[in-house]
Design a protein around this ligand. Structure first.
Ligand SMILES: Nc1ncnc2c1ncn2[C@@H]1O[C@H](COP(=O)(O)OP(=O)(O)OP(=O)(O)O)[C@@H](O)[C@H]1O
Length: 234
């Protein structure tokens, strides 16, 4: 899939969110980073085909695309099961995939709960399931880790890797930087409306250190002084 000189803004006089972006989406997993409001969700919507570039072209999008938005729209008067059945029917896929993903993402006990009554994390899982159900060739996940329970959060990178190994192209925005521990991913960053590809820190690993609140500044300064890259979870 290829973006060629893509520029995008939401309205005629609003600022450009992306300008002159040319990029070939690689196979495997691509992580999209950038500060809040940089344009990550916008890029993902353009890749999914939910938005059309103001200028330039997006070509080579596969037919089967799965897209999980940053916030699953829970203001719909359906149960989880009715919603997923509806999504399966729209896409012409077997309803058996509902139980497969409800089991795998551990929300099978919530199938008869109405969408507005779901917690943020459970709603996130339903959003993931509807994206995964389509057996997509391109899977686009906008902040999939936000609000997830710890177990699912820990399991999701392996699930994404399995899909990528099986041939699915995956694009993930992830400000919590969970996905970046996955080996071999491509990292792109949006800054000032342009997209740059970062070289993967293949010889680096992520280490989580728990410190007392009062020692936070001192430990962070010490690690930085020793040349480590330090990030605080948001
Ligand atoms: N539907 C919309 N209409 C108008 N402007 C929008 C719309 N959606 C996003 N924007 C604007 O486009 C810019 C990029 O937003 P976008 O949501 O793509 O950024 P993001 O990097 O995903 O941010 P975050 O990390 O906060 O989710 C922001 O200035 C935002 O206010």
């Amino acid at each position: 899939m290829q973006l060629t000189e893509v520029a995008f803004r939401y309205h005629r006089k609003s600022p450009w969110v992306l300008r002159d972006v040319s990029f070939t989406l690689p196979e495997g997993v691509t992580e999209v980073t950038g500060r809040n409001g940089a344009g990550k969700s916008t890029l993902l919507r353009l890749l999914a085909g939910l938005r059309t570039p103001t200028r330039g072209t997006v070509t080579g999008r596969p037919t089967r695309v799965g897209y999980a938005p940053e916030r699953f729209p829970v203001d719909q008067p359906f149960t989880v099961l009715a919603y997923l059945k509806h999504m399966a029917a729209i896409r012409g896929i077997s309803e058996s995939s509902i139980t497969t993903w409800a089991d795998r993402l551990r929300f099978d006990h919530l199938l008869n709960v109405k969408l507005p009554d779901l917690s943020k994390g459970s709603a996130q899982k339903v959003g993931l399931a509807q994206a995964l159900m389509a057996d997509p060739a391109l899977l686009i996940l906008d902040e999939p880790f936000a609000g997830l329970d710890a177990q699912t959060r820990d399991e999701l990178p392996a699930l994404i890797t399995d899909l990528a190994d099986a041939g699915t192209t995956v694009v993930v925005s992830d400000h919590q930087r969970v996905i970046e521990a996955v080996p071999g991913i491509t990292r792109v960053r949006i800054e000032e409306a342009t997209l740059t590809q970062a070289t993967a820190p293949s010889d680096k690993a992520l280490l989580e250190v728990v410190v007392d609140q009062e020692d936070l500044e001192a430990v962070e300064a010490k690690l930085r002084a020793e040349g480590y890259e330090v990030r605080r979870p948001q």
